[in-house]
Design a binder for this molecule. Structure first.
Ligand code: HEC
Length: 153
């Protein structure tokens, strides 16, 4: 009897996941599984960060030898450091090539909702520079320690 119930649960969840996957594929053709990041080089990433003048608006947590930002101090966004949700490589790639996709709420200088002041470098940045920059930035993020847990006791 119990195994019957288990089996029904199994069928139910399999169907639900299949539906979620299918509708997911349909709606989110530009997102997705199957993205495997080739290895980049953090040293070259730091160089590319400088060459593309990303430092104009960003400081990087724990890195003190980048050129000083040119944006006014209240508009400078620190990359890395303690964050509530760790960034994946995919998050960082998206943030760099598609800045307005997810607007940071910790940036106080926002003028227009829905627009990012971040300059898009897609016309000039090489793919290698992108991969290297992400490899440089990714380890600078650390997960914020949870003060309390949402998990049921
Ligand atoms: C003109 C200013 C400016 C420049 C230049 C700039 N950014 Fe940004 N960047 C921003 C702002 C502002 C945000 C916050 C996103 C938002 O809310 O618009 C941001 C967000 C980001 C984020 C996401 C941060 C996070 O923790 O989620 C990354 C990564 C990033 N930028 C990398 C870069 C890189 C790499 C370059 C150089 C190719 C660059 N930025 C150049 C202004 C800039």
């Amino acid at each position: 009897m119990e195994s019957m119930v288990m089996k029904n649960y199994f069928v139910f969840w399999t169907a639900l996941i299949a539906v979620a996957l299918f509708t997911g594929c349909d709606r989110n053709v530009r997102m997705g599984k199957g993205f495997v990041f080739p290895e980049g080089d953090a040293g070259r990433g730091k160089q590319a960060f400088t060459d593309l003048e990303c430092y104009n608006c960003h400081r990087v947590e724990g890195v003190f030898d980048l050129p000083a930002p040119t944006a006014s101090p209240e508009k400078v966004l620190v990359l890395g450091g303690k964050v509530a949700q760790l960034r994946t490589y995919g998050d960082l790639v998206t943030a760099i090539i598609h800045p307005k996709y997810e607007l940071s709420d910790k940036w106080p200088g926002r003028a227009n909702a829905g627009e990012s002041p971040m300059r898009v470098s897609n016309e000039t940045m090489t793919v290698t520079q992108l991969l290297d920059i992400v490899t440089f930035l990714h380890p600078k993020y650390q997960e914020l320690e949870q003060l309390y847990s949402y998990r049921a006791q």
